[in-house]
Design a protein around this ligand. Structure first.
Ligand SMILES: Cc1cc2nc3c(=O)[nH]c(=O)nc-3n(C[C@H](O)[C@H](O)[C@H](O)COP(=O)(O)O)c2cc1C
Length: 345
């Protein structure tokens, strides 16, 4: 990707941010070392700090700064190191500013419209990259950034319906299979904004998938789920095993307290919630702005933390559709090669 803002990338690949604790400095650094963009998820990143429940914002900022430094060290100065911060999180501004202060290369933001991102990054040189699921959302965010900040997104990640984690589509369309395919939205966004590099995400796991997304007009891809099954991934062995053992019937569209549908594994927790049961939070750090602890079906931080630890009873294991087709642990280098062939694109 020579001559662009992404000239440090030798492969046109962003590793999708994965919270809670799945993509930290270990995975992000290893991906950057391969010449791609490694991404640390800021979602409840302070959860392993002793004082997380007393001082969640401070604990998360401390953990984020540590993980960014760790990723940089592992990267050996190659590729790019970025963070993924969800705009619905309460500590969003604080963590984006901390990442900018650490000299982060880019901030990628979805799960809501990241309206204030350019302002939070002013003067830092970090690239500002929104995630959208439709051409309409791409128009809204580019229009808002232009009007309020005089800023054009440095790239746009277009996420299609096969992705893992929270999804920007209606539940009915996801379940009914009526969402437009990723390639269609990539083509539409690339046509609308020919000057903005587009990265396509969701279900990309082979060189054929990469080619289809790039033929549609993208300059690269964002890939998350295949990186879970790597030695370098920061998740526990238990989390990796759950994804490795999952087949098509084990992955479904679930209800998230964030208020958006999500894709993940069927577990006793997610099935009980689907059947209408509620698990009131025992403690709350107000991690999500849109979550009301008095009404939420369950605590997302607690459920993601339990998944990180490999607890299949109480965990929320996010996975893209790709989770059904991957079953062995590889190295990050092998996953990158499996997407781009040995010489990259
Ligand atoms: C375990 C897991 C956690 C995720 N966490 C986040 C997150 O914290 N923020 C976010 O914007 N996207 C998150 N995602 C979405 C990914 O970053 C990515 O865009 C998407 O999964 C791409 O599809 P793929 O998994 O099929 O490659 C997550 C996905 C997974 C599988």
């Amino acid at each position: 990707m020579s001559g662009s803002k992404f000239s440090q990338l030798t492969v046109p690949l962003i590793q999708g941010g994965m919270g809670v604790g799945i993509s930290l400095g270990g995975l992000a650094g290893a991906v950057a070392r391969e010449g791609a963009m490694g991404v640390i998820s800021t979602a409840s990143i302070g959860f392993t700090e002793k004082d997380f429940y007393e001082n969640p914002a401070e604990a998360s900022e401390r953990a984020l700064r540590r993980e960014i430094r760790k990723a940089r060290e592992i990267s050996e100065g190659k590729g790019m190191v970025a963070v993924n911060a969800m705009s619905v999180t309460t500590d969003y501004a604080r963590l984006v500013k901390a990442a900018a202060d650490e000299g982060i290369d880019a901030v990628i933001s979805g799960a809501g419209l990241p309206t204030e991102l350019p302002e939070l990054l002013t003067g830092s040189g970090a690239l500002a990259i929104p995630i959208v699921s439709s051409a309409k959302a791409a128009k809204v965010i580019t229009g808002l950034w232009k009007r309020h900040h005089g800023y054009t997104p440095d790239a746009i990640v277009v996420e299609g319906p096969k992705a893992g984690g929270h999804l920007g589509f209606d539940r009915e369309d996801l379940v009914g299979g009526t969402c437009p395919p990723l390639t269609e939205t990539v083509a539409e966004v690339s046509r609308l904004f020919p000057e903005i590099p587009v990265f396509g995400a969701g279900g990309v796991r082979s060189p054929e998938d990469v080619k289809a997304v790039m033929d549609a007009g993208a300059c690269g891809v964002q890939v998350a789920t295949p990186f879970i099954l790597t030695e370098e991934c920061d998740a526990s062995e238990g989390f990796k095993r759950a994804i490795a053992e999952a087949g098509e019937d084990d992955i479904f569209i679930l209800k998230s307290p964030v208020g958006m549908p999500g894709r993940g594994l069927k577990t006793p927790l997610t099935e009980a919630v689907a059947a209408g049961r509620r698990f009131p939070p025992s403690k709350c750090v107000r991690c999500i702005r849109t979550c009301n602890p008095a009404e939420t079906p369950y605590c997302i931080t607690e459920a993601l933390k339990n998944a990180y630890l490999g607890n299949r009873e109480t965990g929320l294991f996010f996975s893209g559709e790709s989770g059904a087709y991957i079953n062995e642990i590889k190295t990050v280098k092998q996953v990158v090669k499996s997407l781009f062939g040995k010489d990259g694109i």
